[in-house]
Structure formats: structure tokens, C-alpha cells
Design a protein. Structure first.
Length: 274
């Protein structure tokens, strides 16, 4: 019941995000790349934020925005590194985060990747692949999709070493969706968290794809376990949200508290029969 109230609460955002921007909007949209810390960057545009990690081994991306932006995204990446894209990590299934998978995957490392035929390795939780290849409702299979993950994981974590640092991926069950991943760049001290955390928006809980208010709060609390602030909450671990500005632990604390308070107030109203 509470999750249904949250979904209605966010109805305008849900409807707005259901359709991708028009071709004209994408053509005129601006892309901005901002340094985060360590060897990571954040790209901001009309889709979900992209986290970029660069170094001697190549380029790693967390999320890929929309397919029509792929050439422009690649051009911005080339300003940071001449090396190929080696890895793409999908934080969840929504099209504003995975739409550019296919074209950017094809631009990836030829012959240097573990993927047969070359191209970047696309990593995601197994539930992302399941959601991309099965219908949300009904029994009719969806049309064939491109840019599917080719290195899925179904364990609580997945990790590997790339560009001089450990990259740790955590599955957050039943939060924004049932396939959410957060990515921790350990040496850079940066977290890329997808739409679990959107500081300029209320949370969108995709119930049809396994989202829930309990899982959302659990995931926010896990993010807070991983973040360490500097003195007076200024600096420390940087958090790249699914949409919006670069954040620190203090921003996540405020967001977690807001979501929890609203959850408790709605729950109390339901108990009183309102």
C-alpha cells in the first residue's frame, strides 16, 4: 500500500520519464563533463548521468544515456582518453540509462575485450537482462533488443581491478527496481548510484519492475555505510546520482531522511484510516 502511495506521489515524474526526448531535443541538448575526483568524471545531459573512469587500461562507463547521443558522448570521452571503452556498467534497466549501450559497446575495444567479437563488456545484474528480454505485463515476448548485458552477475557483489583501482559493484534488491547496481570506485572514493538517489526529484519506485519503498530506504542506508565525509561534511566520498548534481554524504542523509519521514507519515495516515 505504501509503495502505491509513493508511486502516485511521483506520477508526474513517471509519466515524464516514460518517453525519451524527441530527436530535436536530443540534437540540441548539451553535454557537460565535470571532474569528480581521482580518475573519475561525471557527464550530465538529457538522460541519466554517466560516470566515466579513465586510466592506463582504457575507459569504463556507468550508464549510457540515449542511443542518438552516442557519437557526441564518444567525442566527449575522447577529450579525456584516446583509449577504447572497455567496460559499460548498467545501474538498472530504464532507457535513459541503457539506451546508448549498443552504439557505445560497438565503439569499445576490438580484440582487447573478453567479449567474443570485440567491443566493450556490458555488466549488469541478472535482473536487468531479464527485464530487457521479458515483458512487464502479459505473456507476449518483447521485440528483440540490442545492447543487452553480456556479463551478468547474480550475487550480492561483483568486483574487478581496472585503471589502478578496485571497482566494486553492489546489487541493491527491490529498490528503484529489482536490478539496481551501485558502483564503488575504491581508490577514487566515488560512488555511482543510478536512480536510487536523485537529489532534485522524489524517488520513482518502479513497482512493475520490482521496486519497493523498503528496498529504496535499505539501498540509501547502504550508500551511507560506504560514504565517509571530510570534516564538517564538506567533501569526502563523492556520490554521482542518477540525475542531478554531484553530491556528498550529507546530501544522501537528507534524502534518506526525507524518504523515511514521508514513508512513516503515510504509514501512520493509513493506520488511522485516512
Amino acid at each position: 500500500m505504501i509503495s502505491k502511495v509513493f508511486l502516485a506521489w511521483c506520477a508526474l515524474y513517471t509519466l515524464a520519464s516514460a518517453q525519451p526526448p524527441s530527436a530535436a531535443d536530443l540534437q540540441n541538448a548539451e553535454l557537460h563533463v565535470l571532474p569528480v575526483q581521482g580518475n573519475t568524471y561525471m557527464m550530465v545531459g538529457p538522460g541519466g548521468n554517466i560516470t566515466i573512469q579513465t586510466g592506463k587500461d582504457g575507459v569504463l562507463l556507468v550508464d549510457t544515456m540515449f542511443a542518438p547521443l552516442a557519437q557526441r558522448i564518444a567525442a566527449e570521452i575522447k577529450k579525456l582518453s584516446d583509449l577504447p571503452i572497455r567496460y559499460i556498467i548498467d545501474t538498472h534497466v530504464h532507457g535513459d540509462h541503457v539506451g546508448g549501450n549498443e552504439p557505445l559497446q560497438k565503439m569499445g575495444a576490438a580484440g582487447a575485450s573478453q567479449v567474443m567479437g570485440g567491443g566493450a563488456t556490458v555488466i549488469a545484474h541478472d535482473n536487468v537482462l531479464n527485464r530487457m528480454t521479458t515483458p512487464v505485463t502479459g505473456s507476449q515476448a518483447p521485440p528483440p533488443q540490442t545492447g543487452l548485458p553480456n556479463d551478468e552477475y547474480d550475487t550480492p557483489t561483483k568486483d574487478f581491478f581496472f585503471n589502478g583501482e578496485a571497482v566494486v559493484i553492489f546489487h541493491e534488491p527491490a529498490a528503484h527496481t529489482d536490478g539496481d547496481s551501485i558502483v564503488f570506485f575504491r581508490r577514487s572514493d566515488v560512488l555511482s548510484v543510478g536512480d536510487i538517489f536523485t537529489p532534485e526529484r522524489y524517488p520513482f519506485l518502479d513497482l512493475a519492475r520490482g521496486g519497493s519503498i523498503k528496498g529504496e530506504i535499505d539501498a540509501l542506508n547502504h550508500i551511507l555505510l560506504l560514504t565517509v565525509p571530510e570534516h564538517l561534511q564538506d567533501g569526502g566520498t563523492r556520490v554521482v546520482p542518477g540525475h542531478g548534481r554531484l553530491c556528498t554524504e550529507a546530501d544522501v542523509v537528507e534524502y534518506r531522511d526525507m524518504v523515511t519521514i514521508v514513508r512513516d507519515r503515510v504509514q501512520d495516515a493509513l493506520k488511522r484510516g485516512l
